[in-house]
Design a protein around this ligand. Sequence first.
Ligand code: URA
Length: 191
Amino acid sequence: MKGFDTLENRCAACQRCDLAHHRKMVVVGRGNPRSDLMLIGEAPGADEDNLGLPFVGRSGRLLSELLKEADLDEDQDLYICNVIKCRPPHNRKPTLEEMRQCRPWLREQLELVNPSLVLLAGATALQALLGIKSGISKLRGQWHEQEGRTFMPVFHPSYLLRFRSREAGSPQTLTLQDLQEAKRRLSAQGG
Ligand code: URA
């Protein structure tokens, strides 16, 4: 997609914040930019920084597993990206200033993909997109309408790595249910 090529090239040259001095690669996105479903995480980690793709490390492998179980094809059914495009040193949480500086890239990505459904993986995405500072455990699984799109907070995959259990009500089971709900909505919309 033409718009994407220029976005990726411009992101690769970005020097808006100090993260530019630490990164190996800018991590823009992967998956299907024509999909009606987008998943937004926090920021790249070491594996993502090495490969230039989001969610390709340990948490990404768990995300891929759950997407598959929910019958979502990660190459076809959604587009995956992050709030922040460069790895914060030592995987620390991005600062508010870094989120502010990176926001125009995410806005542009949202406009280019133009998904009607958006999954917000973790507290940083919840804060960046809906301006909600806490409460992911209560808000996960609920759809929120804003600016013509429908957003659903879900647990971040790296949080899920801490709880291996698949008992009823466990974080992984709840996330699988959330992804299945996203799949249902996507299919109902013909996506
Ligand atoms: N965590 C994220 O939020 N994004 C990634 O791409 C990888 C880990």
